[in-house]
Every structure is written in structure tokens, then in C-alpha cells.
Design a binder for this molecule. Structure first.
Ligand code: 3HC
Length: 290
């Protein structure tokens, strides 16, 4: 099945990037948000990112051409003609199920639904739709404009044809595509989560400061961001949600939340987006808070 028109539900941290790179690949996009304010904020992020890419010659065509392929809406009914719909809303199962209950009945019989969840089960979402066989996971990485990996996830109910749609879409976007199992955290987060959680445990245990652990991992191992900078970048609430889901599935202590992480989230210090997490973003450069 050809994918020509892609729906993206959510224009936040991940959704705006998914909509953008899909349009950059020449596909039409309908991006849907729950209200005008978050929609405008997401579109502004797309415009800023396209301007950066255009300025350094990193776009095929102009930013205006790419932007013209993105149709913004606050009405889910506008997704009706999409061949593929990807949800990128909050990492909360009830919220995602609400999206699918509203969107799936509107779609044509061949349309494929996909979740960009970081860790929730694909099949748990698929079963609330009329098309568990045409429901897959498409897991992008943050920021989608810069991270070229796409995990394509088939559930126990996904058809080979639906998985093939996901693989073809990823290749059309020029992504590096891997297939991953429908297990909490898929492939990459299963490896990444214990690493960042262990960095918090190392800090709690007095092995090093936030600044030294970040510097050590950047300069000693070539990571583009140290683990605390990465935690704040992804969002501590998102990491906390992933941690809980993965611990529930695997019952391994390496997936359990360190106390500092849980307390920062309880306080609303969710990282860069809230201005405070393991670092304070009111200063430039950000100040480590340990
Ligand atoms: N749009 C367009 N261009 C962007 C961009 C965006 N959104 N973000 C960064 N860039 C470009 C900048 O313009 C810059 O280009 P230049 O070098 O040609 O000037 C380049 O990327 C570098 O950006 P910065 O100088 O602002 O900052 P960095 O050098 O630190 O790079 C980064 C930013 C690409 C985000 C880099 O720090 C990085 O790779 N960090 C690691 C990110 C990561 O690990 N992501 C995965 C998180 S886990 C996940 O997503 C899973 C989920 O389930 C939770």
C-alpha cells in the first residue's frame, strides 16, 4: 500500500518533528492538536527548525515548500483521508487510548495506525481500535530532525503488510530502520534507560557530581550529551513514565526509579521544558543542581 498522506496526532516535542521530517520527505501531512495554542506552538517549532536547516543548506527544496505540505488542524475529522496516522501525544496510556477511540473509526479500511510510544505496549493500544492487524509502533528519537533511527514494532496482532508499511515509510524518510519487539522499551530504550538511571544512582551514591558524570560520559565515551543533560532534554516525567512501565514488565531493579528522579518529578521539575531538572536553565550555561 502506498503512503501519500500521513496524519500526526500531537504537535509537541515529538509530533512537530515527525510532521516536519515526513513533509521533508515529500509526503503530505495533516497535523492535529487539541487546541489552537499548542498547535501554534508546534508550528513555530517546525518553522524554527526548517529555518535552521535551510540556512545551512540541509533541505531538499525550500522551507516554504516543506511547510506547504503540512496541513494543521484541531479537528480529528481532518485525518479521515490519511493512509497512515501516527500518534505522538503524552506518554500516558489513557490519553493514547482516547486518541485511538476518536481517530480509528474515522479512517479508511486500509489505513494503518501507529504509536510513537517510548515504552507502552503496542497491542494494548491496538485492541481499542477496529484494526489491531493494521496497528504498529513507529518509535522516533528526540529530536526527530537530528536522530535518524526509527524502530518499527509489530505486535502479536500486526499483519506483515502493516509492518511493511512502517518499514517503507521509514525508508522513504531516509531513516535508519530497525525492527524491534513489542516489549517495554523496545530495543533502544531497554538499553538506554538502565544507563541514565544508573547515572542518577552513581550521583546519589557519591561517585561523582552531575557535572563530572556528564563531562566524563561526553569526553570519555563520545556521547553528544551526558546522562543528566539527556534526562533533562527527554523530560524527567517522560523518563519516569517509561521507568514505571519497564519495571512493571521486567521486575528488574535496573529499571526501577532512583529516589531523586521520583522526587524531582513530584516537584514539577521535569527538566529543560520546565526550566529546572538536574540543571537550572535560568542560567547560561545551565547550573547543575547537586
Ligand atoms: N532542527 C534542526 N536542526 C537542529 C535541531 C532541530 N530540532 N536540533 C539541533 N539541530 C542542529 C543545529 O542547528 C546544529 O547544526 P550545526 O552544527 O550545523 O550548526 C546541530 O544540530 C547541533 O545542534 P546544537 O549546536 O544546538 O547542539 P548539539 O551539538 O548539542 O546537538 C543534539 C544537539 C543533536 C540534540 C545532540 O546534542 C544530540 O545528539 N544529543 C543526544 C540526543 C539523544 O540521545 N536523543 C535520544 C533521546 S532518547 C529518545 O528520544 C527515546 C524516547 O523514547 C524518550
Amino acid at each position: 500500500m502506498d503512503t501519500n498522506l500521513v496524519g500526526v496526532v500531537g504537535c509537541g516535542a515529538m509530533g512537530h518533528g515527525i510532521a516536519q521530517i515526513t513533509a521533508q520527505a515529500g509526503l503530505g501531512v495533516v497535523v492535529c492538536e487539541r487546541g489552537p495554542e499548542p498547535l501554534e506552538a508546534g508550528l513555530a517549532r517546525i518553522d524554527a527548525s526548517l529555518a535552521r536547516l535551510e540556512a545551512k543548506g540541509g533541505l531538499d527544496g525550500s522551507a516554504a515548500d516543506v511547510r506547504a505540505r503540512i496541513a494543521p488542524t484541531v479537528d480529528v475529522a481532518d485525518l479521515a483521508d490519511c493512509d497512515l496516522v501516527i500518534e505522538a501525544v503524552d506518554e500516558d496510556l489513557a490519553t493514547k487510548l482516547g486518541v485511538w477511540r476518536a481517530v480509528a473509526p474515522l479512517l479508511g479500511p486500509d489505513a494503518v495506525c501507529a504509536t510513537n510510544t517510548s515504552s507502552l505496549s503496542v497491542i494494548d493500544q491496538a485492541v481499542v481500535t477496529d484494526r489491531p492487524d493494521r496497528f504498529i509502533g513507529l518509535h522516533f528519537f528526540n529530536p526527530p530532525q537530528m536522530m535518524s533511527l526509527l524502530e518499527v514494532v509489530g505486535s502479536v496482532a500486526s499483519s506483515d503488510a502493516a509492518v511493511a508499511v512502517g518499514l517503507a515509510y521509514g525508508r522513504r524518510l531516509g531513516r535508519d530502520v530497525v525492527q524491534a519487539p513489542d516489549r517495554a522499551g523496545f530495543l533502544v530504550n531497554r538499553l538506554l534507560l538502565p544507563y541514565v538511571l544508573d547515572a542518577v544512582r552513581a550521583m546519589e551514591g557519591g561517585f561523582g557530581t552531575i557535572a563530572d558524570i556528564d563531562l566524563g560520559m561526553r569526553k570519555g565515551t563520545g556521547h553528544p550529551m551526558g546522562p543528566f543533560t539527556l534526562l533533562d532534554f527527554v523530560g524527567l516525567d517522560v523518563v519516569m513514565a517509561m521507568t514505571d512501565v519497564m519495571f512493571e514488565e521486567y521486575h528488574e531493579t535496573r529499571f526501577s526509579a532512583p529516589p531523586t528522579l521520583r522526587k524531582l518529578v513530584a516537584a514539577g521539575f521535569t527538566g529543560r521544558k520546565s526550566g529546572r531538572g538536574f540543571y537550572d536553565y535560568a542560567t547560561e550555561p545551565p547550573t547543575p543542581l547537586d
